[in-house]
Write a protein that binds this ligand. Sequence first.
Ligand SMILES: [Zn+2]
Length: 126
Amino acid sequence: MSERPPSHTLTAFTELDDGKIEIQWADGAVTTHPTSWIRFNCGCAHCVDEWSGRKLLKPSEIPADLRPTVAEPVGNYAVRIAWSDRHDTGYYPLEILRKMPVAPDDWDTYLRGEQAWPDPPTDPDD
Ligand SMILES: [Zn+2]
């Protein structure tokens, strides 16, 4: 078994009171994201079209009271998160979770459905 770098080793996964999740890493870094943002960035086949990379989940479909119900390690390289919206195939490789960009400043407007999440640019050869 190869050693994981501390920057990609999760030491704590904490649900905060303000609808955010705080993740602590073995190198001392702490990343904090809105719960809905982590849910939205689920990379499973139910949430992302594997060919186009287009998100199949709309931010406005994420319940306002969404919470993680399960967060458990998958080996030492990923974490499986099940959500209170009954989505339980969320699988987050730790490298991706660590590098997850911060939510946009206007993330709330996407959650409220005031704007649609843009699709990725399509390849003209498709
Ligand atoms: Zn998913």
